[in-house]
Write a new protein. Structure first.
Length: 434
């Protein structure tokens, strides 16, 4: 349902207005539409038999399965002749994993103090996670890095995760991809690329950590945004509010009551925070993680903003304009988390939202309780963009934008918070470079 807004930049329409080869015998969840091949997806560090073209005794060389009762086989690939399928049998009670073997020549060589983006195309009947194992002469093989979860997918979808810097002594890594006990997992075109230069290009320096003072006062509001020449407006050098009101309340940011009334210079009578749109004045955030503590005091509704499933709080990333941005929903009325991208043109305030990945259940709002929430955005060496979100330190969702709906958003932009029919407070807001 469209929601009227006080001006064209207020993002008033629904964040979720738009709800939008191998035989796998299962019911799959919705996911990204199949994307075209990326020219650079296998560039960089060579993954041994990453396209599963070399076969020994009926299975791909340099690859092995773990996790109990499984069957590893070759199947039709995404764009070439073969892919690898791992199927967990019904008797299996552990998760399954398809990964590079420990045989000589099967590891992926790496350089210390550099980051690597691990990627693959996949189909799966359950959630998938990338795993990286590190080898050093002193310690042998040890599990080193676990990426965020990716949703089950029937069409070919892209999974990518970037590691921390390789620690001293590590000479090579092994790659793995995990799924549920009785799942089917199909991989093709596994790659590893040095991401250090890409990450360095987005660095800004120290973390951006604005704070709120003690007391109870108005920080800024939509009146200030839409009346830039009025001397009675409350302005902030840090924040811009295109809809609603932002208050300082004893060291926290606060939206005020849920209403849809007209806002004056001080938000004395009405807040209009039923549609709350907050962004940073700075617009140079590229590869970053945005985190803060969030307390949703209540969810409500107004005559202009009836209750809907997506009401709650969402994090904006690479907000270059009201028409072009990424959004991570970290607190929704229906308890789901989801990652979206807005492209110019369409029904949502002259834009269209596209779901990246799948809406995932399991994050209900506990009214009145503080929760730690975060969302990250990162450009990969292949030119794709990975977005991931976490609640209370647990990675809940991630997605790779390969150009769904419109070109990937690689330019830096503002970050911010969107609220719908929610009265909430936030504190310890931080933007850190990846």
């Amino acid at each position: 349902m469209a929601r009227p807004t006080p001006g064209p930049a207020s993002e008033g329409n629904s964040l979720h207005k738009l709800r939008s080869s191998v035989i796998v015998a299962a019911v799959f969840g919705a996911s990204l539409v199949a994307a075209p091949a990326l020219a650079a997806e296998n560039a960089g560090t060579v993954v041994a038999n990453g396209s599963f073209e070399t076969v020994v005794a009926g299975v791909p060389s340099c690859w092995a399965s773990t996790g109990g009762a499984t069957i590893l086989s070759l199947v039709a690939g995404r764009a070439d002749s073969t892919g690898a399928q791992l199927r967990g049998l019904s008797t299996n009670t552990a998760g399954i994993e398809l990964g590079t073997s420990r045989a000589p020549g099967c590891g992926t060589p790496v350089t210390v103090q550099r980051n690597y983006t691990i990627g693959a195309w996949y189909q799966a009947t359950s959630t998938v996670r990338p795993i990286v194992y590190a080898y050093s002469r002193a310690a042998g093989w040890k599990k080193w890095f676990t990426g965020a979860p990716y949703a089950a997918s029937s069409p070919w979808s892209r999974i990518e995760a970037t590691t921390p810097v390789v620690p001293a002594g590590v000479e090579q890594v092994g790659l793995g991809f995990t799924a549920g006990p009785a799942a089917k997992l199909v991989l093709d075109d596994v790659s590893a690329q040095d991401a250090t230069a890409v990450l360095a290009a987005g660095r800004r320096g120290p973390a951006f950590t604005p704070s709120f003072a003690d007391g109870n006062s108005l920080v800024t509001n939509e009146y200030a945004y839409w009346n830039p020449t009025h001397t009675d407006a409350a302005r902030s050098p840090i924040w811009e509010v295109t809809s609603g009101s932002l208050f300082n309340r004893w060291g926290t940011g606060y939206t005020g009551k849920i209403d849809d009334g007209r806002v004056d210079a001080r938000s004395a009578v009405s807040t209009d925070s039923s549609i709350f749109r907050l962004e940073t004045a700075e617009q140079d955030f590229a590869n970053v993680n945005v985190s803060f503590k969030l307390n949703v005091a209540e969810l409500g509704s107004t005559a202009r903003t009836p209750a809907v499933s997506y009401d709650g709080v969402h994090i904006w990333l690479r907000h270059s304009s009201q028409y072009n941005l990424y959004a991570a929903s970290v607190a929704r009325r229906d308890g789901r988390v989801v990652i979206k991208k807005k492209c110019p043109g369409g029904p949502s305030n002259d834009g269209t939202y596209y779901t990246l990945g799948k809406e995932i259940a399991g994050a209900p709002i506990t009214v009145g309780a503080w929760r730690s929430v975060s969302a990250s955005v990162q450009t990969n060496p292949s030119g794709t963009v990975t977005i991931a979100l976490s609640v209370n330190g647990k990675a809940l969702a991630s997605a790779v934008d390969t150009g769904i709906g419109c070109p990937v958003i690689t330019a830096p932009g503002a970050v911010g918070i969107r609220g719908d029919n929610a009265r909430f407070s936030f504190t310890e807001f931080s933007v850190a470079d990846l």
